[in-house]
Design a protein around this ligand. Structure first.
Ligand code: NAD
Length: 320
């Protein structure tokens, strides 16, 4: 892991499509690591991304970036998994899920074989199920398997709330928990701007509490992927930056609170599934999943979201 690792800090990336390449492009600008190996079943694609990124190095900080294979993951502090299959015309979500499960079953044993001591960060969708499967396939301790979870949804939520209130989204403290998907849950009862609960945030700009407008903001958050995919086919910049933030928290042992997906061990009565709650992330990976003082409705919605995931996991594990 990052703290114990001697020599250059290395990270691995499996899947150099839109999400993987966006992550790699953002990551190389941060200077957090000195080596990044790119792996893709389409090796030419990984090679082309490595070439393009390398040509940008004179504008940032020196770093070794190359298209490699699984053996090159040896000693990587973190391996980011963004490999996935896109939906084919006429294909159901369950069929797509089965294809992505097959991809994961091919990738994870190779990562662990060559890098048993690293952390795996999964972004491939459906990310909560993929995270739970990675945990099962890898046999790694739960602290070392992290899903990007609702980090993106939380960012979208903060961004839209910031726009609505004309406030820097970094000053908006609001979380989306649960599934990264349709059953996700906004934690309105805890949302605040600079410590002021949203219900009491009476701005001089005329943005008083407006339940209908806020519900609209949540719906735009939850449905953002559909809106973007409809217009440009995929979403990748914001998740790329989100993945950089998670890797940074690990490499710099920052103990950052983020809504990542990890194994539940009885939180709100939930276990045996990976799902998102605000979580402290550092060099050891998952350090602590926080228990928040949720309202009764929020707690129920979180449990329903977890149950939805468990049912879907049972469906896929009995068909593949
Ligand atoms: N977690 C999130 O918030 C979030 C956000 C956006 C997208 N995603 C997901 O990220 C994944 C990637 O999306 P994308 O837009 O980059 O897709 P993409 O099709 O552009 O890229 C996927 C890449 O994975 C590679 N790949 C496929 N099978 C592989 C295997 N067995 N081994 C190695 N590489 C393999 C492909 O060659 C391709 O380069 C999808 O599952 C998508 O749904 C997640």
């Amino acid at each position: 892991m990052a703290e114990e690792h001697e020599g250059p800090t290395k990270i691995g990336l499996i899947g150099t499509g839109m999400v993987g390449a966006s992550f790699a492009y953002a990551f190389m600008q941060q200077g957090h690591a000195s080596e990044m190996v790119l792996i893709d079943s389409n090796h030419g694609r990984a090679e082309a991304e490595a070439m393009d990124l390398n040509h940008g190095l004179p504008f940032v900080r020196p770093m070794r970036i190359w298209a490699g294979d699984y053996a090159d993951l040896k000693g990587a502090a973190v391996t980011v998994v963004t490999a996935g299959a896109a939906q084919k015309p006429g294909e159901t979500r369950l069929q797509l899920l089965e294809r992505n499960v097959a991809i994961l079953r091919a990738i994870i044993p190779e990562i662990v074989r060559h890098n048993p001591d690293g952390i795996i960060l999964v972004a491939s969708n459906p990310v909560d199920l993929m995270t739970y499967l990675t945990l099962q396939i890898s046999g790694l301790p739960p602290s070392r398997v992290i899903g990007s979870g609702t980090i993106l949804d939380t960012a979208r939520f903060r961004s839209l709330l910031g726009e609505h209130y004309t406030v820097d989204p970094r000053s908006v403290h609001a979380y989306i928990v649960g599934e990264h998907g349709d059953s996700e849950v906004p934690l309105w009862s805890l949302a605040n701007i600079g410590g002021v609960p949203l219900k009491q945030f009476h701005s001089s700009r005329g943005t008083n509490y407006d339940a209908a407008a806020l519900q609209g903001i949540f719906e735009r958050t939850r449905d953002a992927a559909y809106a973007i995919i409809e217009r440009k086919g995929a979403t990748y910049y914001a998740i790329g930056l989100g993945l950089v933030t998670i890797v940074e928290a690990i490499l710099r042992n920052q103990h950052t609170v983020m809504t990542v997906s990890s194994l539940m061990t009885g939180q709100y009565g939930i276990q045996d599934i990976a799902i998102s709650l605000p979580t402290i992330v550092g060099a050891q990976g998952i350090e602590e999943v926080l228990l928040l003082p949720l309202s009764a409705d929020e707690e129920d919605a979180f449990r329903r979201s977890a149950t939805t995931l468990q049912e879907r996991f049972t469906a896929v594990s009995t068909t593949s």
